[in-house]
Write a protein that binds this ligand. Structure first.
Ligand SMILES: [Zn+2]
Length: 288
């Protein structure tokens, strides 16, 4: 299966009504049991509002309520198209770009981008990585700011990445590189029995629970990038390179407050790199 093209997108969603109908079908559907009269019903689209009505009792269902589109005056087709852009981009979508492509205000574009990123993060979830016989690479990277200074807002942000070799990634923005910041992330997100590869950063040394994980290190300080028995953090590092280049290229800079949102957008896309054609359908059908 190939990713949806722009042409296919507009064939499937030619107008706001088609988008609303899609939303009704994926969230409720014909035959949906009416919450009021409790009968399986045929639902009729109302002309006067963006809602459907029960054939028996006339109860209304608003398909946008409880989705990221609730309380938005932006036409649904623009929302769907914005989501389409997020699935086809390799380097992320800025609010500025949405503003330009959709013809909405910057404020609206910014709000849409935040909600879409949060939607991607919620669907992606953080199912633990690894397991017996699996390798999970763990590393951190810095983003923005300065190394020293009293004001934490001016300091570099630390993005921690855990990546199952050949599998999914989980990213977390953590307060610092201290042991107590890094280790709980591993125990929460990496299954016991995994082989954990890190560099020689002292926070990991002798601190990973030895009964749960096999810990192996690669010594970057000595110019080592992979040991002979395959210990490396090359995959997570190459992901970080892509992430940093993309954020710099697309957004110029991102505040610490919103950094986690941006990195989750990249996490979502990376975890679907083997089946990119599923992203649009997934993002337009899972609202909870
Ligand atoms: Zn009813």
């Amino acid at each position: 299966m190939k990713p949806t093209t722009v042409r296919q997108f507009f064939q499937k969603f030619p107008n706001d009504d088609a988008c609303l109908e899609h939303l009704f079908n994926v969230r409720f559907g014909q035959g949906h049991v009416c919450p009021k009269c409790e009968r399986s019903a045929k639902w009729y689209r109302l002309k006067s509002e963006q809602a459907y009505s029960c054939q028996w009792c006339g109860h209304h269902i608003h398909p946008m309520v409880g989705s990221i589109f609730e309380k938005s005056r932006t036409p649904l087709q623009l929302w769907f198209y914005a989501i389409f852009l997020f699935t086809t981009s390799k380097h992320g979508v800025s609010a500025k770009e949405l503003q330009r492509q959709l013809g909405v205000t910057y404020k609206t574009a910014w709000r849409m981008a935040c909600l879409i990123r949060d939607h991607m993060a919620a669907i992606d979830g953080d199912a633990p990585l690894g397991g017996a016989g699996e390798v999970v690479e763990v590393d951190e990277t810095f983003y923005g700011g300065v190394t020293t200074g009293m004001d934490w807002r001016e300091r570099k942000a630390v993005v921690m990445g855990m990546m199952e070799r050949g599998g999914d990634v989980i990213l977390k923005v953590v307060p610092d590189q201290q042991r107590w910041s890094l280790l709980p992330q591993i125990t929460n997100n990496v299954k016991p029995g995994s082989e954990v590869h890190t560099d020689e950063h002292r926070a990991y040394k002798k601190a990973l629970p030895v009964d749960d994980y096999t810990h192996k290190t690669v010594n970057h300080g000595q110019g080592e990038y992979a040991t002979l028995d395959g210990v490396s953090t090359n995959q997570i590092e190459s992901f970080f390179n892509h992430l940093k280049k993309s954020i710099a290229g697309t957004h110029t800079s991102v505040s610490h407050k919103h950094l986690e949102r941006y990195v989750k957008e990249f996490e979502y896309r990376f975890n679907r790199r083997m089946q990119p054609e599923t992203m649009l359908d997934e993002l337009l059908s899972r609202f909870h």
